[in-house]
Design a protein around this ligand. Structure first.
Ligand code: ADP
Ligand code: ADP
Ligand code: MG
Length: 500
């Protein structure tokens, strides 16, 4: 068993900070890398050592395999943690680490390569007896085949880039007339985004849920699942809020999904932490979607309910430790919800909002965790993902987690740039969300609901403000009239304020 001393973190932002924290707790030396726009970033300030990668463009910096390998060797890091995004699922990078004798904290290059193409992973999963979404197992070769296969599968269907990821490279085709033009567009987009024009077909599952299973596999093939994450709150196929447990499934399905996820991982020699994503239809049939061969953005909600530090588990597995717990010992407690706070303007169609953070106040208190990568004075660059922070609430029940999350979102103050905080207040106030009754179509529908407050809303807000003012003047403790939902009110005030 190899004990690491130093780990290079080939990433930036909140996830680099997250990994640095666990390194510190384990007595490991965290090494940061940074591009020229990130020299003042939080991850650089917190790391023991930090090395420049040069220009901001991802290809020159965080995606530059040889630069990162050279730094790792020079500073004598035994291992590299890739975080998520960037090089995290790049099998060429994993292979370069293997060649140089640097431990890549993640699966080996073989399974990584296989999982990089959705068509290949679908084939492997089918062989392993995992239910897959009806569709093709090979990329579409020509337009004749496209029409034949589409008619066999039936509409609506999804055209998917084999090499796709991050919610990109998916195209919904509702009827036959749209098929040919959609195919041509999808292929050229896939070429431009992923350097590979291959696309394939999947039946479009109606009113679907995205539910995924966190797994851990050690180097000896022992594997466990750590419950599920409900990730149906999506905008343009990208997750924005996640929760566990899922309000949609029961213990029986949960266990079956967990067992299938573990079997799927074992069948391809998977190692380390990973996530098996499933689509669940309205009748609760579940189908394999893909494996994310890395730590995921939404991993903290699993940590909150299981008490397991997934980054520590990843590092220990990479060191060669056997899994320290059995399936029976994993007993999730309570409920956790995460909001992805982005530097985007929810009132301007989620336009990116980079810039300087002039004032920052972060929430705290019972059950709140804020995995953030920002500090006051930091300039959020335009070059990278707009994720600023992940605000996570834990509660004994789902209701308690929601109350805490709302309270913490209200405390959060980020001035200088626009953020998605008001949008989350709106979601957290919606009767369907409160009832746990939503699928991947929820946000599309929410965005069609009128955003502008009605006259009644305005009157209610003004009346409540007047009452709050009088209560304050009377110096009573009852600042918030208990009957009129204070959070609802604050959500509306936030909406009105941002419209001014
Ligand atoms: P998660 O389920 O962890 O949110 P995502 O698929 O949304 O996973 O991806 C997480 C991060 O990785 C995002 O920053 C996303 O943009 C990036 N990413 C994932 N796959 C790719 C890919 N194939 N190409 C480019 N970026 C990707
Ligand atoms: P990515 O690699 O970009 O994450 P996925 O294959 O995981 O792509 O799909 C992203 C999202 O697209 C899913 O979470 C789901 O909301 C939607 N989706 C994907 N496949 C289907 C399908 N066959 N039917 C309905 N929705 C789908
Ligand atoms: Mg996915």
């Amino acid at each position: 068993m190899k004990k690491f001393k130093k780990i290079l973190i080939a990433n930036r932002g909140e996830i680099a900070v997250r990994i640095i924290r666990t390194c510190r707790e384990m007595g490991l030396i965290p090494v940061a890398v940074y591009s020229e726009v990130d020299s003042q970033a939080l991850h650089v300030r917190l790391a023991e050592e930090a090395y420049p990668l040069g220009e901001a463009a991802p290809a020159a910096s965080y995606l530059n395999i040889e630069k990162i390998i050279t730094i790792a060797k020079k500073c004598q890091a035994e291992a590299i943690h890739p975080g998520y995004g960037f090089l995290a699922e790049n099998h060429h990078f994993v292979r370069r680490c293997e060649e140089e004798g640097i431990i890549f904290i993640g699966p080996p290059s073989g399974p990584m390569e296989l999982l990089g193409l959705k068509t290949i992973s679908r084939q492997k999963m089918k062989e392993a007896g995992v239910p897959i979404i009806p569709g093709t197992l090979e990329p579409i070769k020509n337009e004749k085949e496209l029409i034949e296969q589409a008619e066999a599968i039936g509409f609506p269907l999804l055209l998917k880039a084999s090499a796709g990821g991050g919610g990109k490279g998916l195209r919904l085709v509702r009827q036959k007339e749209e098929l040919l033009s959609a195919f041509r567009l999808a292929a050229s987009e896939a070429q431009a985004s992923f350097g590979d024009p291959s696309v394939y077909l999947e039946k479009y599952i109606d009113e679907p849920h995205h539910i995924e299973i966190q797994i851990l596999v050690d180097n000896y093939g022992q594997a466990v699942y750590l419950g599920e994450r409900e990730c149906s709150m999506q905008r343009r196929y990208q997750k924005i809020l996640e929760e566990t447990p899922s309000p949609f499934i029961d213990d029986n399905i949960r266990r079956r999904m967990g067992e299938i996820a573990v079997a799927a991982a074992r069948s391809i020699g998977y190692r380390n932490a990973g996530t098996v994503e499933f689509i669940v239809d309205k009748n609760k049939n579940f189908y394999f979607l893909e494996v994310n061969a890395r730590l995921q953005v939404e991993h903290p909600i699993t940590e909150m309910v299981t008490g397991i530090d997934l980054v520590r588990a990843q590092i220990e597995i990479a060191q060669g430790n056997p899994l320290p717990f059995t399936q029976e010992q994993i007993k999730p407690q309570g409920h956790a919800i995460e909001c992805r706070i982005m530097a985007e303007d929810p009132f301007q169609n989620f336009l990116p909002s980079p810039g300087k953070i002039l004032y920052l106040h972060r929430p705290g208190g019972p059950g709140i965790r804020d995995d953030s990568g920002i500090v006051e004075g930091y300039v959020v660059p335009i070059e990278y993902d707009a994720l600023l922070s992940k605000l996570i609430a834990w509660g004994r029940t789902r209701d308690e987690a929601i109350l805490r999350l709302r309270r913490a979102l209200r405390e959060y103050q980020i001035y200088g740039i626009k953020t998605t905080i008001p949008f989350f207040l709106r979601i957290l106030d919606h009767p369907d969300f409160l009832a746990g009754n939503y699928n991947t179509h929820f946000l599309e529908r929410l965005e069609k609901e009128p955003l502008v407050a009605t006259d009644e809303d305005l009157v209610a807000v003004i009346a409540a403000a007047v009452k709050a003012y009088h209560d304050l003047k009377k110096e009573t403790s009852a600042v918030w009239p208990t009957k009129s939902h204070p959070w609802k009110l604050m959500g509306r005030i936030e909406l009105l304020r941002s419209r001014l």
